[in-house]
Write a protein that binds this ligand. Structure first.
Ligand SMILES: NC(=O)c1ccc[n+]([C@@H]2O[C@H](COP(=O)([O-])OP(=O)(O)OC[C@H]3O[C@@H](n4cnc5c(N)ncnc54)[C@H](O)[C@@H]3O)[C@@H](O)[C@H]2O)c1
Length: 269
C-alpha cells in the first residue's frame, strides 16, 4: 500500500513521535500513524498507545507493510532498523540525521535503498537554509560555517563543562571551535544540525563549527553562513522548544510533518 496515508509507522515513541501523532490527530487531515516500532526495553505502556499497533521487531513491522516509516528515535535505531526497511522497499524518513556522519552507515543505507528501490529522506530538522547549500554546491562553495548558541545550562554534561565553569559565565563564551566531524563526535546532542549542514554543503571535514554558551539567551540559536560562486548567505534561527519537551526544537518536530506531507504529494510546491 505505497500511498496509504493511514499506514504510517514510527520508530520510537518519545517527544517527537507523540507530537507528530497528536498533530495529525488534531488537524483532522488524511494522515494517521498506525503503528510504532520500539524495542521491548523501551516500550511504552499499552494505555499510552491509543490503539496503535506496537512492534518490537523490525520484521514484524515489514510484514505489516507500512506505506512509510518515520524514525524518531536515536542513531542506534537508524543503524539497527532502517537498512532492513529500505531493502524491503519501504520508504523511510529519518530525524536522527547525525547518524549519517558515519560514512559506513551512509553507504550501507544507500546500498539498501538501491536494492529495495526505496527512498531515504533526512528531515531538515531544527535547521534551515539547506536548500541553498544544496543548490549552490555544484557551482562551488568556498566556505560553510555553522554557529550554535545555547544557554550555559544546555551545555552541561558536555566537554564544555570540563573546560569552563558554565554556572558562572556572565558573557557569551566560545566552548568549541573546529570542524563538523569533531563537533559531531564531541557534542553528539548537536550532531543532527551539524550533520545536516555538512551533508547539504561541503562535508564534515570542511564545515566550520563554533559552539557558544551565552548566559543571555533563552532559545537555541543556529546560524549558517556560506560563500561560493553563487554569492553568499547567512541565516539565523531562534528556535522555540516543543511544548512537551524543552530539549527538542518545535521546528524539528514540524519538519517531520512537512516531510511526510511532501512524501505523499503529487505536486511538490
Ligand atoms: N534533526 C534534528 O534537527 C533533530 C532535532 C531534535 C532531535 N532530533 C533527534 O530525534 C530523535 C528523537 O528525539 P525525541 O526528542 O523524540 O527523543 P525522545 O528521547 O523523547 O524519544 C526517543 C524515543 O525513541 C525510543 N528509542 C530509543 N532508542 C531506540 C531504538 N534503538 N529503537 C527504537 N526506539 C528507540 C525511546 O524509547 C523514546 O521513545 C533523537 O535521535 C534526536 O537526536 C533530531
Amino acid at each position: 500500500m505505497p500511498d496509504d496515508k493511514t499506514r504510517i509507522a514510527l520508530i520510537g515513541f518519545g517527544a517527537m513521535a507523540r507530537s507528530l501523532q497528536a498533530s495529525f490527530y488534531k488537524s483532522g487531515n488524511d494522515f494517521a500513524v498506525g503503528a510504532v516500532l520500539v524495542p521491548a526495553e523501551f516500550a511504552p505502556a499499552p494505555n499510552e498507545l491509543g490503539g496503535l499497533r506496537l512492534f518490537h521487531d523490525v520484521s514484524e513491522l515489514i510484514d505489516w507493510r507500512p506505506s512509510l516509516v518515520v524514525e524518531c528515535a536515536s542513531h542506534d535505531a537508524v543503524r539497527d532498523f532502517v537498512p532492513a526497511l529500505l531493502r524491503n522497499g519501504i520508504d523511510t524518513i529519518i530525524v536522527s540525521v547525525g547518524s549519517l556522519g558515519d560514512k559506513m552507515l551512509l553507504d550501507n543505507l544507500e546500498l539498501a535503498a538501491n536494492e529495495g528501490r526505496s527512498r531515504l529522506t533526512a528531515v531538515s530538522g531544527a535547521i534551515g537554509g539547506l536548500d541553498v547549500l544544496r543548490s549552490a554546491r555544484s557551482a562551488g562553495l568556498r566556505s560553510v560555517a555553522y554557529t550554535g548558541t545555547k544557554s550555559p545550562k544546555a551545555w552541561t554534561g558536555t566537554p564544555a563543562a570540563d573546560a569552563v565553569d558554565l554556572a558562572s559565565l556572565s558573557q557569551p563564551t566560545v566552548i568549541f571551535k573546529g570542524n563538523a566531524e569533531q563537533a559531531a563526535r564531541l557534542y553528539p546532542k548537536n550532531a543532527n544540525v551539524t550533520a545536516a549542514v555538512a551533508l547539504a554543503g561541503i562535508g564534515f571535514e570542511a564545515t566550520g563549527v563554533v559552539l557558544i554558551a551565552d548566559p543571555h539567551v533563552t532559545t537555541n540559536r543556529h546560524r549558517v553562513q556560506a560563500e561560493g560562486a553563487f554569492g553568499s548567505f547567512s541565516i539565523e534561527l531562534q528556535n522555540a522548544p516543543l511544548p512537551d519537551n524543552p530539549k527538542t526544537s518545535w521546528l524539528a518536530a514540524l519538519s517531520i510533518e512537512e516531510a511526510i506531507i511532501r512524501h505523499f504529494r503529487f505536486i511538490d510546491v
